[in-house]
Design a binder for this molecule. Structure first.
Ligand SMILES: Nc1ncnc2c1ncn2[C@@H]1O[C@H](COP(=O)(O)OP(=O)(O)OP(=O)(O)O)[C@@H](O)[C@H]1O
Length: 654
């Protein structure tokens, strides 16, 4: 039993009492318990007074879990507190047991055989034995009393220790709470640490990116540095060049100053020359006009067209051009006297059979004459239009005599075969360009109309509205200028633009078939170019109209074999041509009344035919003998015009 307790004591207690020592329980218990008390007291003092807070915490933990936590793992002081109590309790129990069963364990017979003085009583000495026994009882009672006191003290110590345990438990729970909060803090810190780690990772990546960028940047810097170096060198070279240039510049400045003075001087001289030039230009215009006047304000050019390939059978032998007279044309034919008796002028007879008709005009153009050669003769007249004179050029003659060819050119027109209208336009624009340097600015407005059966039609409109009426009206009551209502007036600024208009008009022109000419033009076509000039330097303005007219065929009724609509056309044409002849005759006779209103043509052209204007008439002649009579008729009409002297032309100047 004792060994079992000792073993338990060895296992459970860590008191400084060596468990291997087996001592008899009897007398030594008191001494042992007192040693235990002293030791326990010391330990408790140490644990209460000297123990640092962390040991107390550990002690509380150990006391709260005594059976789970191995004794060896706990710190010494705390184990002492709890286990010493157990040991004491077990000791007490052991002691109690030992004291309670002394007779069972102690060799009672041996003790009883000896007396209190160590002498053995004789068996018969019962009284002595009883006394011994009484002494022993007394002795035991004293021991019991001392043990009871000891027990009471231990109980007190136990209570103190329990209180200590409670305190330590409270501390423990507080520390547990602290531990929990520390743990939660630790968790949050760990989370933060995780976040920080991620951040560190990102920053590491960013750092790597930045490092690669930095490396690229460094390369760029290196490149730029080399570039900078080369540019610096270039700059130095340029600075050197700049220095040279500055020297050159100052030299040039001096030169410029000299030149400026020279220019000023020259400008003065140019102004002087300009003034002289203007005077000369005015003089040129005056002289030019004088020449035109001398030539006559109405001039007539006669043109005989060549025989066409399709007409080879017919000969042009009846027309001759006297070699010594460039202005004469002779038509001769052997005819019966009676047939030609109606001609009262320009008629010559040779022995009553061969009849000659001599005509004189300002110019005679034989069939071989080129368009360019003819234009040379009218170029000065066209120039007059730019100088501010109204100019009217028209082609008169029977159908197929070459009027359209003369005025516009053939269908497949070329630079060589261009007619008078395109050539006049070309000259007008080129002269206007030249005059720009003399301060002249020109504005050109073109219109193109036809008069068919005494009805006006706009040739610049492809699909004319029949309801639209074209009336010839004065610009205003005090003006002598006329315009046509609803007519398209197109401002043009180049030859090409005018050519486009001419082409459009050609397409739109009324063309009808007659017996005499496959493409007979049965209407008068009137192209007009209004020219407005302004010299801002001299404050002079001019305005004029250049009229270029392709008249309808002048053949007689009986020759055209016209019937129905064609007859009406022919009558209308002849009426207007007669009216034209009458107007010219009246102008020639200086009649007080000029019958402009007798036809649309003369009414429209009254400003271009009057005293202030310059008129040129082409009389076109067919080379065919079969057209002899018509040719003579045309030449007679032209001769009458040629005889006219219409006033003195004056430029429209303001
Ligand atoms: N000088 C010329 N050189 C070459 N061919 C010409 C000449 N004059 C006229 N012709 C040709 O003669 C033909 C008739 O000429 P054109 O059409 O000009 O006559 P027209 O008098 O205008 O007739 P219409 O009164 O019918 O308009 C055309 O084929 C034209 O090309």
């Amino acid at each position: 039993m004792e060994s079992t307790i000792d073993k338990k004591s060895q296992k459970m207690s860590r008191l400084p009492v060596p468990p291997s020592k087996k001592r008899p329980l009897s007398d030594e218990n008191q001494e042992q318990s007192s040693r235990v008390k002293v030791e326990l007291g010391k330990r408790l003092k140490v644990s209460h007074a000297d123990e640092p807070p962390k040991f107390r915490v550990a002690a509380s933990i150990a006391t709260s879990k005594p059976r789970v936590t191995p004794a060896v793992a706990l710190p010494k002081p705390q184990v002492i507190g709890r286990q010493s109590l157990q040991v004491l309790q077990s000791k007490n129990r052991g002691n109690t047991t030992a004291s309670a069963k002394p007779k069972a364990t102690a060799p009672a017979p041996a003790q009883s055989a000896t007396s209190g003085a160590g002498k053995k009583r004789a068996a018969w000495d019962l009284k002595g034995q009883v006394n011994d026994m009484k002494d022993k009882v007394t002795n035991y009672k004293g021991k019991v009393q001392s043990l009871s006191g000891e027990n009471a003290r231990l109980q007190t110590t136990k209570q103190q220790l329990q209180r200590q345990v409670e305190l330590l438990s409270t501390e423990n729970s507080a520390i547990s709470q602290q531990l929990c909060s520390v743990e939660s803090k630790l968790l949050s810190e760990e989370k933060k640490l995780e976040g920080a780690k991620k951040e560190v990772l990102q920053l590491t990546e960013l750092c790597q990116t930045l490092q690669s960028e930095l490396a690229a940047g460094k390369r760029v810097v290196v490149e730029l540095s080399s570039c900078n170096e080369s540019m610096t060198q270039e700059l130095k070279a340029k600075e050197g060049r700049l220095l040279c240039l500055e020297g050159e510049n100052s030299r040039l400045k001096t030169l410029v100053t000299e030149q400026s003075e020279s220019i000023n001087d020259l400008q003065c001289r140019v102004a002087e020359k300009d003034s002289q030039l203007y005077t000369l230009e005015t003089e040129r215009r005056r002289l030019h006009n004088a020449v035109q006047e001398l030539k006559g304000n109405i001039r007539v050019f006669c043109r005989v067209r060549p025989t066409l390939p399709s007409e080879k059978t017919s000969s042009a032998g009846h027309i001759s051009f006297p070699p010594n007279d460039e202005k004469a044309i002779v038509l001769s034919k052997v005819e019966e006297v009676g047939r030609l008796s109606s001609f009262k002028s320009h008629v010559g007879r040779e022995k009553g059979q061969s009849v000659k008709y001599d005509f004189n005009f300002d110019c005679i153009f034989p069939p071989t004459t080129s368009q360019a050669a003819i234009f040379e003769e009218i170029a000065l007249l066209v120039q007059s239009a730019l100088d501010g004179f109204p100019v009217c050029i028209f082609a008169y003659g029977q159908t197929g005599s070459g009027k359209t060819y003369t005025m516009e050119g053939p269908d497949n027109v070329s630079v060589d075969t261009m007619g008078m209208i395109p050539r006049a336009i070309r000259q007008i624009f080129s002269s206007a360009d030249e005059l720009k340097s003399k301060g002249w600015q020109y504005k050109f407005t073109a219109s193109f109309l036809e008069i068919y059966n005494e009805t006006l039609r706009d040739l610049l409109v492809s699909r004319p509205d029949k309801k639209v009426e074209y009336d010839i009206r004065k610009v205003n009551s005090s003006s002598n200028e006329f315009y046509v209502t609803n007519l398209r007036y197109v401002e043009v600024s180049s030859v090409e633009e005018v050519h486009e208009l001419l082409q459009a008009a050609k397409t739109n022109r009324s063309v009808a078939k007659t017996a005499l000419n496959d493409r007979s033009s049965r209407s008068h076509s009137v192209f007009q170019l209004r020219i407005e000039g302004e010299n801002s330097v001299r404050d002079v303005r001019t305005s004029s109209v250049l009229s270029l007219i392709d008249l309808a065929g002048s053949e007689r009724l009986d020759r055209s074999l016209s019937t129905g609509d064609r007859l009406k056309e022919t009558q209308s044409i002849n009426t207007s041509l007669s009216a034209l002849g009458l107007v010219i005759t009246s102008l020639c006779n200086k009649d007080s009344h000029i019958p402009y209103r007798n036809s649309k043509l003369t009414y429209l052209l009254q400003n271009s035919l009057g005293g202030n204007s310059k008129v040129l008439m082409f009389v076109n002649i067919s080379p065919l003998e079969e057209n002899f009579t018509e040719s003579v008729n045309s030449l007679r009409f032209a001769s009458k015009v040629n005889e006219c002297v219409i006033g003195t032309a004056r430029a429209n100047r303001k």
